[in-house]
Design a protein around this ligand. Structure first.
Ligand code: COA
Length: 154
């Protein structure tokens, strides 16, 4: 954990990111979309590195200049619950805030209890349900965190 570095993702990281993506989601983003996000989410596509190894990643985009949308976040299954997701989320939020965002939000599968708890414990709250967001009868919660009054952003 002590040697984990959060930094921008590079094209050379994509293979390892895709592997984490595939072990983390039922409908993983294809390599081509991850590659497109390198440009679309410049400065907001982050990886957690342990030496040469990528052990987690997250992607964000800024919408309407004020809201940060967390497109995806995942850590490698063998390193979960060691603080990597938190480091990634913290750094993404710090960058959103620096770019002028006043809040961040995301969609999460209503059955993804681990992720819902993860976000809840980091001040995200469910504000609505998006029915069939992930496909037929696969609903999503929208969770939001307001940055107003947040400490920790320098
Ligand atoms: C959600 C996800 C990104 C969290 O990543 P993570 O690397 O496990 O995150 P952390 O280790 O920082 O925190 C996870 C939990 O482990 C706990 N934890 C962290 N370090 C710990 C340690 N050393 N010992 C025990 N528990 C620890 C945290 O307190 C946290 O608990 P909480 O969720 O009850 O608050 C990860 O579970 C994941 O990749 N899931 C699959 C993909 C996914 O569903 N992504 C979200 C899509 S919306």
């Amino acid at each position: 954990m002590s040697s984990i570095i959060i930094s921008d993702a590079w094209e050379e990281d994509l293979e390892q990111i895709e592997k984490i993506e595939r072990e983390s989601f039922d409908n993983p983003y294809p390599f081509s979309l991850l590659k497109a996000y390198l440009q679309l989410a410049e400065g907001l596509f982050l990886v957690a590195r342990d030496g040469d190894r990528v052990v987690g990643y997250c992607i964000g985009i800024v919408q309407f200049k004020v809201r940060g949308h967390i497109i995806s976040i995942a850590s490698s299954s063998e390193v979960r619950r060691t603080g990597i997701g938190s480091l990634l989320l913290q750094e993404l939020e710090r960058r959103f805030h620096k770019l002028g965002c006043t809040y961040s939000y995301l969609e999460v599968n209503v059955n993804n209890e681990e992720a819902i708890r993860f976000y809840y414990n980091r001040s995200y709250r469910v504000v609505r349900t998006r029915r069939n967001y992930y496909g037929r009868n696969k609903h999503g919660f929208v969770m939001v965190k307001n940055f107003k009054g947040e400490s920790g952003f320098e």
